[in-house]
Design a protein around this ligand. Sequence first.
Ligand code: 4NP
Length: 149
Amino acid sequence: MVCLGNICRSPLAEGILKDKLDPNRFQVASAGTGGWHVGNPPDPRSIDIAQKQGLDISQQRAQQFIPAFFDQYDLIYAMDQSNYSDLKALAKSPDQLKKLYLLLEAIFPGEGVDVPDPYYGGVSGFAEVYNLIDRACEVIARDINQKFD
Ligand code: 4NP
């Protein structure tokens, strides 16, 4: 799960997808295309909205996406088109590129919809972001469970 800072959107996506998959079978992680927040916990507004839904994401720490993740992970989800373009530029082969998806394609196929960056907005933005990510992860978890059944 990849966004820009790895403190608002992708930590939520990591926590939400993890919660929908068997931890003994699947590894879920998140990263940012940017490195400004490396080592930091998620934004308090993300921690709060997750907490309200019963998810504890407070122990996560931000990391920057490195090209090796294209080999370490089977699926890579970008939160918005800007993150998608940045990741696309880091892919070294068609096989790596095939692993890359825009997250909300799972619920709005072909529409190129972004998870909006909530960083500079208010708390309501985080509720909207949570909702969008949760709906997408529900579909993704179902697909993953079917594919690896
Ligand atoms: P995120 O939000 O990409 O969802 O983690 C942001 C967090 C920090 C910044 C931008 C977006 N920033 O510019 O520091």
